[in-house]
Every structure is written in C-alpha cells, then in structure tokens.
Design a binder for this molecule. Structure first.
Ligand code: FAD
Length: 396
C-alpha cells in the first residue's frame, strides 16, 4: 500500500506536520521509534508557537503548561539581572508563552495528529529512507513502506542529513548540556518564581544555565557549555549558586542527563519528494529557547506547501519548498546571529544585563526573543542579518 505522506518521528515537528496533512484527508503514516509518553528536554516555548497551536485546535494545556511572561537574564557573580517581557516586543506578537512538560506536550500533539486521521505507529525505527523521482521508500526494522512524499522529522537523529552527509556544525555555539529536574518544590520557591514564571537564563563564566518552572511544582535546571560538560560541573556550578540552592531546598532531585553534539545545520534540507522539519533541518544552541517553536513553525509551513502540492499532483516539483526554505533560512540566520553575539562579544553583557537598554532596540530584541522573526520592520533583526551576510562574505 502506498501512502500520501510518510513522516519519520512523532515529536513536535512530525506530529504537527502529520496533523495538518491528515486534516486535509490525506493518508499520513507516522513512524516513531519510541513509546509515548517519553522524557524529552526542551521545555520553554516562545509566543510564535501560538498560531501553530491555534491551527491544531490547542488553545490551552491544563496540567501540561505553565504561563511564561518572558526571559530574565541573571548574573549571580555581579548581582545584575534584567527582565525581557514578551509584551515589550514590537506590535504583532502574542504577549506571553508557556513552559511545558515535554512528555505530556508531545503526547498531546501526537494525540491531535491521530484525532485528525494520521496513522501514528510507535516502536517503528526507520533504518533507511530514500526519495526517488517517482516515489519514496522507507525501511524500518519491521518492514518497508512506500509513499508519494517523505518528511524527515527525526529530530537530532537527523536521518536524511546523516545519510546525505549534509550535517554542518556551528562550532562557535554550545556543544553539550547537563540537566536535571526537581519535584516537590516548596511554596516559597514557587512564589519566588511566580507570578511571571520567566525563564531564568543564568550568565556564568563557564557557560550559561537555565531555570525553568514546570507544572506540578517541578523545576528544570541545566547548563550548557562550549566544551564537553559533566554532571559534576552542573552540581559545582549552577546548582551551587544561591538561587538554585534557595529554589531547590527540600525538593527531590531526579536523574541527571547529558546531551551533546548539538548546534548544526542540514545543508540539504529539502529536495524532490522530501522535506525536513524541526531539528532534522537545523538545531541551534538552546539559549533562546527557539527549538520547539521553530520545529512547529517549520512543520506547519512544510505541511501547507506539501498538502497543496499533493492535492494538485505536483509533489515532485524540484522547487516546491524554495519559499519555505528562504523563510526558514531567515529565521535560522536571525537566531544564529543573536547566539553568536551572546557568546562572542560584550553584546550579551550590554544588551541583556545593561542598566538602560535603548527601548527601541529592546523591542526589536524582544521580537526576536518571541520568535517573531518572519516579520518586516524590525531594525534590530535587519542589523543581525546584514552583519551575518557581511561576516560570511568576508570569510568567503
Ligand atoms: C539541552 C537542550 C535544551 C533545550 N531547551 C529548549 C527549550 O527550552 N525550548 C525549546 O523550544 N527547545 C529546546 N530544545 C530543543 C528542542 O528540544 C527541540 O528543538 C525539539 O524537540 C525539536 O522537535 P522535533 O520534533 O524536531 O524533534 P524531537 O522532539 O527530537 O522528535 C523527533 C522524534 O523522532 C523520533 N525518531 C528519531 N529517529 C527515529 C528513527 N530512526 N525512526 C523513527 N523515529 C525516530 C524520536 O524518537 C523523536 O520522538 C533544547 C534542546 C536541548 C538539547
């Protein structure tokens, strides 16, 4: 049997693409290796995720999400901190976002894909996938599937990029992270985090860290380093600081995990009969919490274009995703430009911890931090993009 679309991975990108394609009545098969719910890191969302969730019919997520006003940059060494509320962004962007428990959030999206008609199968590890000129073929450990179009949403497994040897790393960004969760936070700790529940971005000499409040009086804490980080460095660094000590007093610590080798670009993100969405296309250092938002936005854009093409029998066109790719390149380049500045210059200190940041610049920064990166009229974003183009032409 041939399917209209075969999607690899049922994470946020795969589930979103599958849901929007199945909603049109297309035959969508999703192959996911893990059983859900399963643990996943990446819990802080941006306001730009809201239009996608609205398209999926998800307006609220009780028990799964916590309100998020914005980001708070904190330097414990100097005692400086500064708040960036999403409501300060340029007009047009939603004023808040959410932190989510990923096990529940990802299951919610998967369930939505199923409700809209996608055939989501777990325990199916894709071992190979090929897009030919007239069909696509996907091989799992259990068998073979054929279809008209392939979407790789395999996350950091980046199946097609690896197969094509098309992975290009961002060497200047963070390369590894150590993180853990706490449960049973004290009421005092939750009072200190609320009512704004900003993500705390902790600026430290050895890298940066995050503190994210989660539903059910839980806390996510992690540190990112440009080198290879160990769990001990998390303990000796961020967790030993006064804020973490205060917030986690009396709470129960769960497993510590390490993730590495992230921050890369798929240099062949789409082609005849195939597209990539989410981390399978690009993953940027998580300092500005862009991952899930870019995953959902890229998946929605791919689903819309591929859905139209399948309905018109023109899914084999070579430039089907040219506009999509340009839009995503703009988004990736914007975040990459901001991340470069965060790591490589005094910009971070001046911008994120400075006493009186210029309000016009701050609104532009806020729009980027909100994920509103497809708009026009943001001078700050234009500056980031111009500077990247200049730096690239100097290197070339
Ligand atoms: C340390 C760290 C912190 C982060 N913090 C944030 C944050 O605060 N906010 C944020 O938005 N993002 C954050 N992210 C990024 C975020 O987790 C990802 O961008 C997001 O999960 C991407 O969604 P996805 O659907 O593309 O991939 P995934 O969520 O990884 O989903 C991919 C799915 O594909 C499946 N799969 C993989 N290979 C195969 C195969 N061969 N066959 C079948 N199935 C397969 C996997 O099991 C998985 O379920 C963080 C990432 C890291 C590493």
């Amino acid at each position: 049997m041939s399917h209209d679309v075969i999607v690899i991975g049922a994470g946020p990108a795969g589930a979103t693409a599958a849901a929007l394609l199945a909603e049109r009545g297309l035959d969508v098969l999703v192959l996911e290796k893990d059983e859900f719910p399963r643990f996943k890191i990446g819990e802080s969302l941006l306001p730009a995720v809201q239009p996608v969730l609205a398209r999926l019919g998800i307006e609220s997520m009780p028990g799964t999400s916590v309100y998020k006003r914005g980001a708070r940059f904190v330097c414990e060494a100097t005692g400086r901190e500064s708040v960036f509320a999403f409501s300060e962004a340029l007009p047009g962007s939603p004023p808040s976002a959410w932190h989510v428990e990923r096990a529940k959030f990802d299951t919610l999206l998967r369930d939505r894909a199923r409700e809209l008609g996608a055939d989501v199968r777990h325990g199916q590890t894709v071992v190979d996938a090929v897009a030919r000129t007239n069909r696509v073929e996907v091989q799992t450990r259990e068998g073979k599937h054929e279809g008209r179009y392939l979407i790789d949403a395999s996350g950091q497994s980046r199946l097609l990029a690896r197969r094509a040897e098309a992975v290009s790393h961002y060497d200047q960004f963070g390369h590894s992270a150590a993180f853990t969760h706490f449960e049973g936070l004290s009421p005092a700790a939750f009072d200190e985090l609320g009512p704004d529940f900003d993500i705390r971005i902790m600026m430290r000499a050895e890298g940066w860290g995050w503190i994210i409040p989660l539903p059910g009086h839980r806390l996510s804490v992690g540190m990112v380093s440009k080198g290879k980080i160990t769990p001990q460095e998390l303990d000796d660094g961020l967790l030993s600081g006064p804020l973490c000590q205060r917030l986690t007093a009396g709470a129960t610590r769960l497993e510590t995990r390490v993730a590495g080798n992230f921050s890369y670009r798929n240099t062949a993100p789409s082609g005849v009969r195939y597209a990539t969405a989410g981390d399978a296309a690009c993953f940027l250092d998580p300092v500005f919490s862009s991952g899930v938002t870019l995953a959902l936005r890229s998946a929605m854009s791919v689903a819309d274009l591929v859905g139209d093409a399948l309905e018109a029998d023109r899914e084999d066109e070579a430039d089907l995703l040219a506009d999509h790719q340009r839009e995503m390149d703009r988004a990736y380049a914007t975040f990459a430009g901001l991340i470069e500045r965060f790591y490589n210059s005094r910009f971070a200190e001046t911008m994120f911890l400075g006493d009186n940041p210029d309000t016009a610049i701050k609104s532009g920064v806020m729009s980027v931090l909100a994920g509103d990166v497809w708009r026009t009229g943001n001078d700050f974003q234009d500056m980031l993009l111009r500077a990247r183009r200049r730096e690239r032409s100097v290197r070339a």
